[in-house]
Design a protein around this ligand. Structure first.
Ligand code: B12
Ligand code: SF4
Length: 524
């Protein structure tokens, strides 16, 4: 058997640092220092050159193992996507009363629909092409397919991947270790196309714990000719992972399933050393790619330890961003966050109504979030906070919308209206979530539906905005795009306030006892 030659191919993606493949290559190098490796990132290649660049890379390297990493597939977001603004197009098509706008939505939607399927087929085509070409040089060459998109859609992607492809869910370090050791790997979170079906609840299996050590960027540089691409632009936020896992159960979220409920903290010295490696290469912006930077109160001390070590390291001109559960802050932590240069964070409170927050199983107290935000402001935080709202997830009513407005206005009073950006998401329903169970129970979706389908009748359900309020939100969003497309989120909040008014903050913060028939918890 030939020596291992591993080619990591990051499939096309908006330029975002491919931290997943970097960590995999680093891990493999530490265990198998003699394995030859190469990283090839299609995120840095113009679309017309994808196939020729892939061919060239395979011809030169002649890999025995192709590690394809696929980051994202889903496209609904309140931002310009790859083919325009998918949310706007969908809403124009579904909700516009004016036939011309509806038609525009239909055309825009069609464009996105085509782009979406072209992208799917193209990526799967690249996997097939890569394998075939590699087998010209190494007849035993194999493909492993993993990454964020594969973790979410592993059941569907297997149907169109070449036989023999190993489809992997979640982190890939132990799978690759077993594969390279020639051990049986089938007990890892994976299955082999054409050999076996994914096990029931495969995604719910816990990942194998792993001690993360500092990523050796001196080595990464030697196997990744385009590494510099990400160092040139000053506004890139380079990923650094400080932990894995999230213990919560938020009804719409699959992160907690993909990464597992057990939180595994990367040793702070290793994290700081990794930041240092990048810092020495000129990087000043970092994204802590954890599902949540502070997943629960018991991890506050770990966050404090890490940030204190960053302060002690003297890297005083860095900035960082992360997803933050703002219920888990203390004044000390706030002070350190500001001191270490946190200049952007996202809080996914989803709703400003405590009642709905509880019904969505999000497990936090909105009053505590407000108090912690005040502490953060007092500590000197003066940058942007993005607040993610997803209306109409479950049991939304005019009264709960008014509460969300009240909550949002209070956040504006704390940070300044110009500093609080409301990001209006509609939950793209994802498989393996409690919300999916709820959709089955309510008869909105039937088991066996295709979560990757963009057919208008399925997409309308997956783009979670059910009636009776669905059309109302549809019209509000359309009005916001018409009136102020460049400040969509704020405009939505203003329109909702004009239409429905604003509750007393106290109402938003107190949750009455839930009616059992409406509790999401009741479905499981
Ligand atoms: C942090 C994050 C972000 C940050 C990234 C910041 C940054 N500069 O890096 C921000 C907020 C910018 C972001 C944006 C988006 N994100 Co995001 N993001 C995440 C998150 C939470 C972590 C990703 C990460 O870097 N993890 C750390 C690294 C080390 O892990 P990794 O890359 O997943 O790699 C590991 C494994 O996947 C595996 N692996 C990877 N490749 C391979 C290959 C093989 C063969 C094997 C075996 C294993 C393997 O091993 C790696 C090491 O353990 C994930 C959810 C999650 N918890 O995983 C979503 C996630 C990746 N994002 C997702 C999406 C959709 C997006 C957006 C497109 C959202 C939108 N509609 O705008 C954007 C666009 C990004 C872009 N390309 O432009 C989806 C992708 C799947 C999907 N639904 O399509 C995810 C999975 C969330 C979800 N469940 O929906 N995101
Ligand atoms: S806290 Fe965040 S990452 Fe964890 S389950 Fe909830 S939404 Fe998902």
């Amino acid at each position: 058997m030939n020596a291992n030659k591993i080619l990591y191919v990051r499939l096309p993606c908006n330029p975002i640092f491919p931290i997943g493949v970097v960590y995999l290559a680093d891990h493999v190098h530490k265990l198998f220092p003699h394995a030859e490796q190469r990283i090839f990132d299609l995120g840095t290649i113009p679309p017309l050159d994808y196939t020729s660049a892939l061919d060239r890379s395979i011809d030169e390297f002649q890999p025995t193992l192709l590690v394809f990493s696929w980051r994202d597939i889903q496209i609904y977001a309140p931002v310009g996507g790859r083919g325009g603004n998918p949310l706007q197009n969908a809403f124009e098509f579904y909700y516009a009363k004016n036939p011309l706008i509806k038609l525009r939505g239909a055309f825009g939607g069609l464009r996105i629909f085509i782009a979406y399927y072209v992208e799917l087929w193209r990526n799967l085509g690249l996997v097939k092409r890569g394998l075939k070409r590699a087998q010209k040089y190494q007849s035993q060459a194999r493909v492993v397919l993993g990454g964020g998109a594969v973790s979410v859609f592993y059941e569907q992607l297997g149907k169109s991947s070449p036989p023999g492809t190993i489809i992997s869910v979640g982190e890939g370090e132990t799978l690759l270790t077993k594969l390279l050791n020639g051990e049986d790997f089938r007990d890892e979170r994976c299955y082999v196309v054409g050999e076996n079906q994914p096990r029931q609840r495969l995604i719910h299996e816990q990942p194998t714990p792993l001690e993360k050590t500092v990523c050796n960027y001196d080595y990464i540089e030697t196997i990744w000719p385009e590494f510099n691409y990400y160092l040139q632009e000053q506004d890139f936020y380079i990923g650094v992972q400080t932990k894995r896992g999230c213990p919560h159960n938020c009804c719409y979220c699959v992160y907690t399933v993909v990464e597992g409920k057990q939180v595994r903290i990367n040793p702070s010295d290793e994290v700081v050393a990794e930041i240092r490696e990048l810092y020495n290469r000129g990087i000043r912006n970092f994204w802590f790619t954890d599902a949540q930077f502070i997943p629960a109160r018991k991890f506050i001390d770990d966050a404090v330890e890490l940030l204190q070590k960053i302060v002690d390291s003297g890297m005083s001109d860095i900035h960082w961003a992360a997803y933050i559960r703002a219920d888990n802050l203390t004044p000390k932590l706030c002070e350190l966050m500001v001191k270490t240069g946190m200049n952007y964070f996202e809080i996914g409170i989803t709703s400003g109504s405590q009642e709905l927050v509880r019904k969505m199983r999000m497990g936090y107290n909105l009053r505590t979030v407000l108090q912690n935000c005040r502490d953060l402001k007092s500590a000197g935080f003066n940058d942007v906070v993005s607040v993610n709202y997803s209306f109409n997830v479950i049991d939304e009513r005019p009264e709960t919308i008014r509460q969300t407005i009240a909550y949002h206005r209070e956040l504006e009073r704390i940070f300044g209206a110009d500093k609080v950006e409301p990001a209006i998401f509609f939950i793209g329903l994802q498989p393996h979530t409690h919300l999916e169970e709820y959709a089955f129970k309510e008869g909105i979706l039937k088991p066996g539906y295709d979560p990757m389908s963009l057919m208008p009748w399925t997409a309308k359900k997956l783009l979670w905005n059910p009636e009776p309020l669905g059309s109302f939100f549809g019209e509000v969003c359309l009005q916001a795009w018409r009136q102020n497309p460049n400040d969509f989120g704020r405009e939505v909040m203003n329109i909702l306030e004009v239409k429905l008014g604003c509750a007393d903050l106290e109402d938003a913060l107190s949750a009455p006892i839930e009616k059992p028939e409406k509790q999401l918890a009741g479905v499981l």
